[in-house]
Design a protein around this ligand. Structure first.
Ligand code: ADP
Length: 865
């Protein structure tokens, strides 16, 4: 094989250090890619693959122009790739041999700071995971654009890590090179994120102050891995990184990843859109940082009642004080993304326009403080004590930067007059020179009598006097020196003009340089306010979210929830906020939810499409809203504080790829059954649907019994197995409810109203008819249904005959083929059910004979009614 050229050798040397990234190798005005990088990039970016060198040893190559590289980088980042930017670090004219080149930065999906990949309303997380022992993992997440970091210990094994990574939408995860292959396999298979390795686990000295609150050595290791990766790859200031916040899972209401998806809290399941989610309903935030905080709150509802009530009180006050709220909203419209601006300041890439945004934001602070102080509420009063007006910074920005500076920081025009006397002098010089030139133009026109004579400027010739061809004859010979001939004009110069030109150009060059230097100095000064700006950002975003809750609650007629210490639920006229907004206003049928010690489980039956799952989701969303501190869609609401919400609703798909829908259903159910407590809310929708009827029904019944006996969580259980409604007689704290429907002229009308008692039938064929299945199918299904109903009756009657002698009771068919016979509960009405429940509770040993007689009489009266 032929020896590579020195440049290719240099390329290979650098590439060896960045094996997992595209190496953008600077060659003149292009970034070039070679070998496998080139082949892959050409495919991903749809650019032409060329080659370098002789035919035999041709090296695949492709390139992108330096000035438009950003769009290509964005495309690759969005596909999850990393890019190492390799620049020429010496002047090619001075280089001996190959120009020296170095990688100046590594751009990765988790570390991009700007560009289209970053959405205003979303955090961009880079994470790190370290396995401790026995299913425990340290998990840290950082948003480099805002500098926030949060760390926790996950105890639910690798599955929980995957849930967590997916639920925060992590872009990149940093792991140890020794991580188990099976975990890596799972990450690759189930998550669309970039995996990076870092072996250095020692916390750099300069980051120690950020980790002071971390008690466990292992947590520090988790953060250290992340920081070392950032230091190694970013090679610029990370001054904006904030203290790492430690949180424990039991500080917040836990909602696992599947449930978050199922409940469509942040985005819809199918289209992954905000519209149709709970976030969409309650987002009336004005600032981008407010929107990001709102998302974080929705992901982590509180469980401390006093904290929740503090938020609710602010919301209530904002609702009462409409004008104050409107004033605040208006002030907030002038506040820019302080968090991300602070990040840019630290990174050193903030421009003058952004500093003007910072100035405008700071100008709003006194107004905001004044508005908020009027509220007189503990939470906002506390927030106001931490607010820093950053007056000195504001003063600096007001005196230094012009109101409408250019985008580039290299062309001047940014610094205000009066800020720097040297700059003012240069500007005067330049201005005077220009005035002199304007005066010269006037003078020459008069003296030559040529009215169209003008003085112009271009980059090649500098200042010149232009006379049209028609007027040349009027020009006295030798007055000017000819410089350039155009088609219909001549251009001239004079020694005096050139002299002034030199003065002006020199001044302008100095101005540009001096402005740039002054601007750098201002940037440096702003840097020392990063912490205050971050604190300010937090306060303002909190106010923004609270006013958002108030605006929405007011607009949508939400009510302040109350909390019950007895775990009671009492919702009057509850609504599903999303469904209500999607259908025409006024068409939504509100529903009550009453659950208490006697009604821990509601078994919901009713036709398909009647509104069972809407009713279930409605309760979950209402609870989440209450616990984030927002009012709720009802006319009255008493709720417990739930520690966790579990759902098994609809078909979950992609994440758990490789598993059947039924397996997913069972995994989710297992998750609920093993983690729920009596303070949890469980929603199980049509459990057992994914398997054969008897299998499914048996599982469904066993699951309900388990929740009833072992967990005691508040549970909504919808089912199409009507047989399960008989559980009401066996399970004391289970109550049947159903969504009503009526038949009118052979058509089913769904009333969407949930009432006590069981549904009489399932109306599946009517729904099929509504969906306009071929008439033939409908008619045939109807026939088969009648046939089956007939057979069922027959089976039961045969069994009944067989058993008559033994028990005089009907039997249920054995589910497992054994000869074990179960007693079927006789069909009884709701009065009788209530009496049985009542009887079970009677404490006979502590009754007098008279009391017992009275009870008996009471029962008889009820039965005679
Ligand atoms: P099920 O779970 O019983 O099959 P869903 O809860 O999915 O039914 O509801 C089906 C549709 O009925 C919903 O998409 C919604 O449009 C409508 N719906 C449900 N509940 C209500 C309600 N309370 N008021 C008005 N429309 C409702």
């Amino acid at each position: 094989m032929a020896q590579h050229t020195p440049m290719i050798q240099q390329y290979l040397g650098i590439k060896a250090q960045y094996k997992d990234a595209f190496l953008f190798f600077r060659l003149g005005d292009f970034y070039e890619l070679f070998f496998e990088d080139a082949k892959l990039a050409a495919k991903e970016l749809e650019i032409t693959l060329t080659g370098r060198g002789s035919d035999k040893e041709r090296i695949p190559m492709c390139g992108v122009p330096y000035h438009s590289a950003e769009q290509y980088i964005t495309q690759l980042i969005e596909k999850g790739y990393k890019i190492a930017i390799c620049e020429q670090v010496e002047d090619p004219r001075e280089a001996k041999g190959v120009v020296k080149r170095e990688v100046v930065k590594l751009i990765t999906p988790g570390t991009v700071m700007d560009g289209k990949t970053i959405s205003d309303k979303e955090n961009n997380y880079i994470t790190s995971v370290t396995e401790f022992n026995e299913g425990k993992f340290g998990f840290v997440r950082t948003d480099l654009t805002t500098g926030e970091s949060a760390i926790t210990v996950l105890t639910g094994g690798i599955e929980e890590v995957i849930f967590e990574l997916a639920s925060i939408g992590a872009k990149e995860v940093i792991v140890s090179p020794n991580i188990s292959e099976s975990y890596l396999g799972l990450f690759k298979q189930r998550l669309a994120l970039t995996i990076s390795f870092e072996e250095n686990e020692f916390l750099p000295e300069s980051f120690q102050s950020l980790c002071e609150s971390l008690q466990q050595e292992q947590l520090t290791v988790t953060v250290a891995r992340l920081y070392n990766y950032l230091v190694r790859t970013q090679r610029r200031s990370l001054d904006h990184l904030q203290k790492v916040q430690y949180y424990t899972a039991n500080q917040y209401m836990k909602i696992d990843y599947h449930s978050k998806r199922n409940l469509e809290i942040i985005e819809t399941i199918r289209e992954k859109k905000k519209k149709g989610s709970l976030f969409w309903i309650v987002d009336a935030t004005v600032t981008a940082m407010g929107a990001r905080l709102l998302k974080q709150w929705l992901e982590q509802p509180l469980i401390d009642q006093s904290e929740i009530d503090e938020r609710l009180t602010v919301v209530e006050t904002f609702i009462e004080q409409f004008f104050t709220r409107e004033e605040l909203r208006e002030a907030l419209t002038e506040v820019y993304d302080l968090e991300r601006l602070a990040g840019k300041v630290a990174y050193g890439n903030v421009n003058a326009r952004e500093l003007v945004q910072l100035r405008r934001s700071l100008q709003q602070v006194p107004k905001i403080v004044q508005i908020v102080k009027e509220l007189n509420v503990p939470l906002t009063d506390r927030l106001m004590t931490t607010i820093d007006h950053c007056e000195d910074l504001l003063d600096l920005l007001e005196t230094s930067i012009v109101d409408d500076p250019p985008l580039s920081v290299k062309d001047g025009g940014m610094i205000k007059a009066g800020y720097n006397s040297e700059l003012d002098q240069y500007r005067d010089a330049s201005l005077n020179g220009k005035k002199w030139i304007a005066a010269l133009e006037q003078k020459e026109r008069q003296e030559t009598g040529i009215k169209s004579l003008k003085i112009g400027y271009n980059k090649v010739f500098g200042y010149y006097i232009e006379v049209t061809k028609a007027n040349i004859q009027n020009l006295p010979e030798g007055r000017y020196e000819r410089k350039q001939t155009l088609a219909n004009a001549e251009r001239y110069i004079t020694p005096e003009l050139k002299e002034k030109e030199t003065l002006i150009l020199e001044a302008e060059e100095k101005i540009e340089q001096l402005e740039y230097d002054l601007f750098q100095g201002i940037r440096e000064q702003v840097k020392s306010y990063i912490r205050q700006l971050q604190q300010l950002a937090k306060t303002i975003s909190t106010l923004d979210v609270l006013q958002s809750f108030a605006s929405i609650s007011n607009e949508q007629n939400f009510v302040r929830p109350k909390f019950s210490s007895d775990r009671d639920i009492n919702i009057k006229d509850g609504r599903h906020p999303v469904v209500e907004k999607m259908i025409n206003r006024g068409q939504y049928v509100s529903n009550d939810v009453v659950m208490n010690r006697e009604r821990e489980i509601l078994l919901i039956t009713g036709p398909n499409m009647a509104g069972k799952s809407t009713y279930m989701r409605q309760l979950a969303l209402t609870s989440i809203l209450a616990q984030v501190g927002c009012f709720v869609p009802a006319t009255e609401a008493v709720l417990p504080i739930f520690d966790q919400i579990f759902t098994r609703i609809g078909a979950a798909d992609d994440l758990a790829s490789g598993q059947s829908t039924f397996m997913v259903e069972m995994l989710e159910t297992k998750h609920a059954l093993t983690n729920a407590t009596e303070n949890s809310l469980i929603l199980l929708d049509e459990i057992g649907r994914g398997t054969s009827t008897y299998d499914g029904m048996a599982l469904a019944q066993a699951i309900v019994e388990y929740i009833h006996e072992q967990i005691g969580a508040k549970t909504l259980f919808s089912t199409h197995y009507h047989e399960l409604t008989s559980l009401e007689h066996q399970l004391e704290r289970l109550t049947n409810v159903h969504v009503s429907a009526v038949e009118e002229d052979g058509k089913v009308v769904f009333l969407h109203k949930v009432v006590d008692g069981q549904a009489d039938r399932s109306y599946g064929i009517y729904v099929a008819q509504l969906a306009e299945l071929p008439q033939h199918v409908i008619v045939r299904a109807d026939e088969i249904l009648h046939q089956l109903e007939g057979e069922e009756k027959q089976v039961v009657s045969v069994e009944r005959m067989l058993l008559k002698e033994q028990e005089e009771q009907p039997v249920q068919l054995s589910l497992f083929g054994e000869e074990k016979k179960q007693q079927k509960k006789p069909q009884i009405n709701s009065t009788e059910t209530a009496i049985i429940k009542d009887l079970k509770k009677v404490d006979i040993l502590n009754m007098t004979p008279f009391e017992a007689l009275q009870k008996l009489n009471e029962i008889q009266m009820k039965l005679k009614k």
